[in-house]
Ligand binder design. Structure first.
Ligand SMILES: CC(C)=CCC/C(C)=C/CC/C(C)=C/CC/C(C)=C/COP(=O)(O)OP(=O)(O)O
Ligand SMILES: O=P(O)(O)OC[C@@H](O)CO
Ligand SMILES: [Mg+2]
Length: 233
């Protein structure tokens, strides 16, 4: 079975609650060579700001995915290739593992299963909004992370495992341990990637690197450097 992310190296994650640097457009960011755009963030998400970013990226030739942080912000938009739905394996409450998902299905009745995909998150930065919201246990050693990756793949059938350091650069040895634990599943890494070298180091271990804040803080050429590193690694 082939999956959309099989040949991705780089994802650009755009946060609808954040501005772009002066003079930078969504079109410029879509043209950086990134393999896919994920629209999402933890705080400040609304249907309106999600839709605005989706529409701004819609006319550009890059696969577009929504990554909703809760069921109430999921938008139905023809420009979307699909939905990447988080589940947080190290969350403090089952709501962020299965509860939000159950509510989504209960409210919707049925979903577009053929374009709904899961991401098994392991949240590692205790300072990140996603960690506080989900009360994640971030006090994890490399063998803990590797074991979460193993159960995600082998016990829960997750096709994507996502080591998430949102806002800070992670420990490459931990990412390496997660990579070593996976046979089939695709490893996403995100957090603190800010230049060619930081991107290259993580892309040596992860299948796909995710770049977020850099787009909002620095802009196009910095993002392009990370795409180049992801493709080189
Ligand atoms: C069932 C549905 C439709 C949704 C549930 C989705 C779940 C379980 C979400 C929990 C994890 C979460 C909030 C994911 C959002 C994506 C993410 C990790 C964004 C990064 O957020 P940060 O960078 O920490 O936050 P800010 O950018 O808002 O500061
Ligand atoms: O914003 P940064 O730190 O690049 O993190 C990217 C992404 O993993 C956030 O969900
Ligand atoms: Mg963020």
């Amino acid at each position: 079975m082939t999956a959309p992310w099989d040949d991705w190296n780089h994802i650009l994650k755009l946060d609808p609650d954040k501005e772009l640097p002066e003079g930078v457009t969504y079109g410029d960011l879509c043209a950086t060579g990134t393999d896919a755009i994920e629209v999402g963030g933890t705080m400040g998400m609304t249907e309106e700001n999600m839709t605005a970013v989706i529409e701004a990226c819609a006319e550009h030739d890059v696969p577009l995915y929504q990554e909703p942080s809760n069921p109430s912000v999921v938008v139905d938009n023809a420009a979307l290739e699909g939905y990447l739905i988080p589940t947080v394996f190290n969350a403090g409450s089952p709501f962020w593992i299965t509860g939000a998902h159950k509510e989504w299905v209960r409210l919707e009745g049925s979903l577009e299963w053929d374009r709904t995909y899961m991401e098994a998150y392991i949240v590692m930065n205790p300072e990140a909004d996603v960690a506080t919201l989900t009360e994640a246990d971030c006090d994890l050693a490399a063998d803990d992370v590797a074991s979460y990756a193993t159960i995600a793949e082998k016990m829960f059938g997750q096709e994507i495992v996502y080591v998430e350091y949102s806002g800070t650069y992670g420990d490459p040895e931990i990412v390496e341990a997660a990579a070593g634990a996976l046979d089939e599943s695709t490893l996403f890494y995100g957090g603190g990637i800010h230049d060619y070298n930081s991107a290259y180091t993580m892309a040596e271990h992860a299948d796909v690197i995710v770049v977020g804040n850099l787009a909002h803080d620095e802009g196009v050429s910095a993002v392009r450097d990370t795409v180049e590193a992801a493709n080189d690694a």
